[in-house]
Ligand binder design. Structure first.
Ligand SMILES: C[S@@+](CC[C@H](N)C(=O)[O-])C[C@H]1O[C@@H](n2cnc3c(N)ncnc32)[C@H](O)[C@@H]1O
Length: 177
């Protein structure tokens, strides 16, 4: 049976895991504030189709995957840290162990209706290149929610659905260009 978690419970869980070491050499768990995530997801829900898929890069303990799931998405994610991914699965979030830099991750990006990323990589240039690759692989009509972005997409072919701050936004890819 699918469990339902109160938003306050998930927010407290995010706080209590902040500072726990992740995979050496990679960024640790640094959650995006859940109220701001939910503000962006309001816009995403307005524009996404019913039963849309949601895929998260660097899903950590799976709290955002659960929030998306509880918001009606078929949600999953990829995470490099075994400890975080195990906690996510214990909570009931479909988080697989893997690297956001892998071809497998980009294949999942290409199949998803909604993609969420919060600057998973420690190195700014690597992050810039990852965001470029994700933007190129998203299919027309897909929605990208990208926060703390090193490479916020603007202009053709992107429609901005909601922007909270520079680098924190939800956009839809309108064409394949
Ligand atoms: C900034 S936290 C984001 C957490 C969550 N997505 C959020 O927005 O609240 C970055 C997450 O990415 C994971 N991560 C770091 N490098 C990764 C990599 N190469 N592949 C997959 N996950 C990675 C970290 O372990 C961490 O859980």
């Amino acid at each position: 049976m699918t469990r339902f978690y109160a938003p306050e419970y998930l927010a407290d869980l995010e706080d209590s895991w902040t500072g726990r070491p992740g995979t050496p050499g990679e960024l640790p768990w640094l959650p995006y504030p859940s109220e701001e995530f939910n503000a962006l997801m309001v816009w995403v829900r307005i524009h996404a189709q019913v039963n849309a898929t949601y895929f998260e890069l660097g899903a950590g303990i799976g709290t955002k995957v659960l929030m998306a799931q509880q918001g009606g998405f078929r949600a999953s994610g990829v995470e490099i840290c075994e400890l975080y991914a195990a906690k996510a699965r214990q909570l009931g979030a479909a988080v697989q162990l893997g690297d956001v830099r892998s071809e497998r991750t980009l294949e999942q990006v290409a199949l998803s209706d909604v993609v969420y990323m919060n600057h998973p990589l420690a190195d700014r240039l690597e992050e810039f290149k990852l965001e470029q690759a994700v933007q190129a692989r998203l299919r027309p009509g897909a929605i990208l929610v990208t926060v703390r972005s090193a490479n916020p997409p603007h202009g053709s072919p992107w429609s901005v659905l909601c922007q909270l701050r520079e680098g924190d936004l939800a956009v839809r890819k309108d064409s394949g260009r």
